[in-house]
Design a binder for this molecule. Structure first.
Ligand SMILES: [Zn+2]
Ligand SMILES: [Zn+2]
Ligand SMILES: [Zn+2]
Ligand SMILES: [Zn+2]
Ligand SMILES: [Zn+2]
Ligand SMILES: [Zn+2]
Length: 118
């Protein structure tokens, strides 16, 4: 079997599934698991790395959004990081936020599904 399009995530010990605790992201016709800023897609016996495409729904332009607080996104900021195109965005109220200079850009909506641990 040829698998040219697979970007295999190596050494993945965690088995994603219902109630694994990782938020699900609706990505086209499937759902991926958000894990430490990566989108993991179960594929046969391994996980692929997925990233959200830059398109009309999720453009990567500069579209400043106003934060009610002076929040600066970064590792551990409390928002989930998600790969989008060639950069990383943060999910805030169902929208992609991209830190850009002194503001955040709005990179469009993203559909998430809570996947709480039992
Ligand atoms: Zn998981
Ligand atoms: Zn995907
Ligand atoms: Zn901007
Ligand atoms: Zn944040
Ligand atoms: Zn983005
Ligand atoms: Zn923001």
């Amino acid at each position: 079997m040829t698998n040219k399009t697979c970007e295999v995530h190596q050494n993945h010990k965690h088995e994603h599934g219902e109630h694994c605790g990782h938020t699900k992201i609706i990505h086209g016709d499937h759902a991926d698991y958000l894990h430490d800023g990566h989108l993991h897609h179960k594929h046969l016996d391994h996980y692929d790395e997925h990233r959200l495409e830059v398109n009309e729904i999720n453009p990567d332009h500069c579209q400043p959004v106003i934060h009610e607080d002076a929040h600066i996104h970064g590792p551990g900021c409390g928002h989930e990081a998600v790969p989008h195109g060639d950069h990383t965005d943060y999910i805030v109220n169902g929208r992609l936020h991209h830190p850009h200079g002194d503001h955040c850009d709005d990179h469009g909506p993203v559909e998430t599904e809570a996947n709480p641990k039992h």
